[in-house]
Design a protein around this ligand. Structure first.
Ligand SMILES: NC(=O)C1=CN([C@@H]2O[C@H](COP(=O)(O)OP(=O)(O)OC[C@H]3O[C@@H](n4cnc5c(N)ncnc54)[C@H](OP(=O)(O)O)[C@@H]3O)[C@@H](O)[C@H]2O)C=CC1
Ligand SMILES: O=C(O)C1=N[C@H](C(=O)O)C[C@H](O)C1
Length: 259
C-alpha cells in the first residue's frame, strides 16, 4: 500500500532533499506540502501537479497524509508536530530546537493518540556514530568540549546535534569541573555550558554541518570529528525513518534507537 507523506518546510534546503527522496521511493507518495510563503504551484518545487500546497496549519484537512516529515524552524516545529499527532499522522522530525519539556509533551500526545514517530536531531550516520563514540569515551575522559560548525543560515545555536551529544556525554561522565577558577575577560569566550560541558558554535559560509568532540587528559587527547559535506547524507536516515515509523508504538528520540 502506498503511504501518503506531507512535507513541512518543503521549500527549504532539507525540504527539497526530502522531496527528491520521497519522489524516488516506490511505496510512498507526496500528498501535500506546508510552507508559509510557498506559491500554489507544486511543480515549481519539484512536486507533482496534484500535490496540495498549504501555507498554514489550519488549511490542512483531516486524512491528507499518513506521515508528516518536518524540516522547518525551531519556532514552528512544536505546533507542527502537535498538529500531526492530533490529525492521525506519524511525525518524522528533523527540525531542531524542541525543548526537553516539549519533547515529553509530544511523547505523551503520541501515546494518547496511539501514534509512533521519530525525532532525530541528526539523520546522518557519521553524527550518530560520533555521539555513540563520544558517550563511550566520556567514561574515561571527563574533560570534554564540543565545537559545532554550521552554515551561516542556521537559525538555532547550539545545534541540536551538539546539545544531544552533550546530553549523552553527561549520562556517562563522572561529575567534574574543568578549569574551576577561570575568568572570562571577554564575555562568552568560553562558550555555552551544558552541565559543565562547554559548547562552541561556529557559523560560516561554505560550511554545511560539522562537529568535533575534544577530550583532554594528562599527556593525551582524543578528538572525534564528523563532517556532513552534503545534505544528501541525511537522506538515508530519513528513508529508514519513513520505512519504520508506522511500526513504532511511541515517539522515539534519536535515529540510533530505530537502526
Ligand atoms: N535532523 C537532521 O539531520 C537535520 C536537521 N536540520 C534541521 O532542519 C531544519 C530546517 O533546516 P533547513 O532546511 O536547512 O532550513 P531552511 O531555512 O532552508 O528551510 C526551512 C523551511 O521551513 C519553512 N518554514 C518556516 N516557518 C514555517 C512554519 N511555520 N511552518 C512550516 N514551514 C515553515 C520555510 O518556508 P519558507 O521558505 O516559505 O519560509 C522553509 O521551507 C532546521 O531546524 C535544521 O536544524 C537540518 C539538517 C539536518
Ligand atoms: O541546520 C542544520 O544544517 C543542521 N541541523 C541539525 C542540528 O542542529 O544538529 C543537524 C545537522 O547538524 C544540520
Amino acid at each position: 500500500m502506498t503511504k501518503k507523506v506531507l512535507i513541512a518546510g518543503f521549500t527549504g534546503a532539507m525540504g527539497q532533499k526530502a522531496v527528491s527522496l520521497v519522489n524516488g521511493l516506490d511505496n510512498f507518495e507526496i500528498a501535500a506540502g506546508l510552507s508559509p510563503v510557498a506559491e500554489n504551484n507544486p511543480q515549481k518545487y519539484g512536486l507533482n501537479s496534484n500535490v496540495k500546497v498549504f501555507n498554514q496549519l489550519d488549511e490542512i484537512p483531516v486524512g491528507v497524509a499518513d506521515i508528516w516529515i518536518d524540516f522547518t524552524t525551531p519556532s514552528a516545529v512544536y505546533e507542527n508536530v502537535k498538529f500531526a499527532l492530533t490529525h492521525g499522522m506519524h511525525p518524522v522530525v528533523g527540525t531542531t530546537g524542541l525543548t526537553d519539556e516539549q519533547e515529553v509533551e509530544l511523547q505523551k500526545l503520541a501515546k494518547d493518540n496511539h501514534l509512533g514517530g521519530l525525532i532525530a536531531p541528526n539523520f546522518g550516520v557519521s553524527a550518530v556514530l560520533l555521539m555513540k563514540f563520544a558517550q563511550e569515551a566520556a567514561k574515561y575522559f571527563p574533560d570534554v568540549e564540543i565545537i559545532e560548525m554550521h552554515h551561516a543560515d542556521k537559525k538555532d545555536a547550539p545545534s541540536g546535534t551538539a546539545l544531544s551529544t552533550a546530553k549523552l556525554i553527561s549520562q556517562n561522565r563522572p561529575e567534574h569541573q574543568t578549569a574551576p577558577d577561570e575568568v572570562e575577560s571577554l564575555k562568552g569566550v568560553r562558550g555555552g555550558d551544558y552541565q559543565g560541558i562547554k559548547i562552541h558554535s561556529v557559523r560560516l559560509p561554505g560550511y554545511i554541518a560539522h562537529e568535533q568532540v575534544l577530550f583532554g587528559a594528562e599527556g593525551e587527547a582524543l578528538t572525534i570529528r564528523q563532517d556532513s559535506f552534503d545534505r544528501q547524507s541525511f537522506m538515508s536516515g530519513v528513508k529508514v525513518a519513513l520505512e519504520k515509523v508506522d511500526s513504532l508504538n511511541e515517539l522515539v528520540v534519536g535515529l540510533e534507537n530505530i537502526l
